[in-house]
Design a protein around this ligand. Structure first.
Ligand code: ATP
Ligand code: MG
Length: 411
């Protein structure tokens, strides 16, 4: 026997019996986002590597460690690890800055990151997300957070924590970085290797570290007081206060988490994360924030923007499928050609239907019917010659005979 080729580590087949919930994840997204004026965009799965190096940031874990990069015709290409960079590229390339603001887009699809697979963490996974371009006002931040919460609620997810923070603007952030570096200097040698790199290249991201010994350093009083101090400037602070009051108006519960900095380089001002209390350690279902300089950094007109992305596998694992999967009708007949015709008639009339392709014995067909269908539609020789059908309700075992023309209204 030939050896079996297995699915790649960190990837998964999504099987037919899982589809009802995937449809729900997708349908609710389409409904809720398009209601709010977001149009769906589908960008390619692979892009120029440079797009992510510049668009996600080359000090991030994503770009440094997690990308699937390959070469083709001397071009470096990468399977998208996230979709904001691709959407921004498409926004610029399709001249969407000429449309009247805001430009609102949503997407769903597979993303690829070379990470250590574990519960809630795959190498190919799916995200659904939105991006809004052209509004700097905090109403946009509020709408995007509200949209994320509405979507999660539509899925029946309620035990959620919304965390927000403001990273300030490039100006006020510089001062914060300097203060953070100064207070951490004595502890430099105790920081993990990653944090030592972050200290040099992107000190804000130190706060994102999950290593216990680093977390301990960040909770030392003098470090904590820098982290918790209000470093952001007047304008940024006003923007953040406005956001908070809009969220209050919308009755969205949130908490401010000063350690929330998010993994991507391009964020400024608002960042947010939504966690589910029903997941294990990979409990973040949604991450997002404002990225006012990204469009310009990727060669477009200066355009403010904000968005979020959600991990669909993590959402999937929180849902349970309660819908009935049974067919409307299973046609039971030893006359295969009559059965084939009746099945087509049922399907043409929007009833899900199937039959036995091999014309097995009547009792075998009835056994199968009771497993997979709500009704057995029986076509015996008598029924065929009288233009009738017997209909057996497989739940109550009630059976009736009706003229074939009345079949549809009885099932
Ligand atoms: P984490 O801290 O869990 O690594 P992240 O900051 O890398 O998350 P984002 O890039 O913000 O995640 O992606 C948004 C969402 O996508 C996450 O909140 C999570 O739900 C999901 N996600 C990210 N990476 C994976 C993965 N490898 N497998 C499954 N879902 C993922
Ligand atoms: Mg990650």
């Amino acid at each position: 026997m030939a050896n079996i080729i297995k699915v790649q580590k960190g990837t998964k087949d999504i099987l037919p019996q899982e589809m009802n919930l995937w449809y729900k994840l997708e349908d609710n997204a389409r409904k809720i986002f398009s209601n709010a004026g977001y149009g769906e965009i589908r960008t390619p799965i692979f892009e120029a590597t440079e797009l992510f190096a510049r668009g996600v940031g080359d000090t991030t874990d994503i770009v440094n460690k997690e990308m699937y990069t390959f070469e083709k015709s001397e071009r470096s290409l990468t399977l998208r690890p996230e979709n904001t960079a691709g959407v921004v590229r498409a926004f610029i390339e399709n001249g969407m800055h000429r449309l009247s603001a805001p430009v609102k887009l949503w997407y769903k699809g597979p993303m690829f990151r070379y990470e250590r697979p574990q519960a809630g963490r795959q190498r190919q996974f799916h995200q659904v997300g939105v991006e809004m371009f052209g509004v700097q006002d905090a109403t946009a931040d509020a709408e995007v957070i509200e949209l994320a919460v509405s979507y999660l609620k539509s899925l029946g997810l309620n035990d959620l924590d919304v965390e927000i923070n403001s990273l300030g603007c490039p100006k006020c952030r510089e001062e914060f970085k300097a203060r953070l570096k100064a207070v951490l200097k004595p502890y430099y040698n105790d920081l993990c290797e990653d944090c030592q790199t972050r200290y040099e290249k992107n000190p804000l991201r130190l706060l994102d570290c999950k290593v216990e010994s680093c977390k301990e350093i960040f909770s030392k009083p003098e470090v904590k007081s820098v982290i918790e101090g209000d470093f952001i400037c007047e304008e940024c602070s006003q923007h953040f206060n406005e956001l908070k009051s809009y969220l209050d108006d919308l009755k969205i519960k949130y908490s401010v988490n000063k350690l929330l900095v998010r993994g991507l380089d391009y964020y400024n001002r608002t960042v947010f994360e939504i966690k589910s209390n029903n997941l294990g350690s990979q409990n973040a279902v949604c991450g997002g924030g404002r990225y006012d300089s990204l469009v310009e950094n990727l060669g477009g007109q200066p355009t403010s923007a904000i968005g979020f992305a959600m991990g669909m596998e993590r959402l999937y694992s929180l849902l349970s499928d309660t819908t009935e999967h049974k067919l409307d009708a299973y046609v039971v007949s030893t006359n295969k050609s009559e059965a084939l015709k009746l099945v087509k008639y049922l399907r043409d009339n929007n009833k899900s239907a199937d039959f036995d392709f091999n014309g097995k014995k009547f009792t075998k067909q009835m056994e199968k019917a009771s497993k997979i269908a709500k009704y057995a539609v029986i076509l015996g020789d008598d029924e065929i010659s009288n233009n009738q059908v017997s209909i057996k309700n497989l739940e109550t075992s009630e059976q009736i005979i009706v003229p074939q023309k009345d079949l549809l209204e009885k099932i």
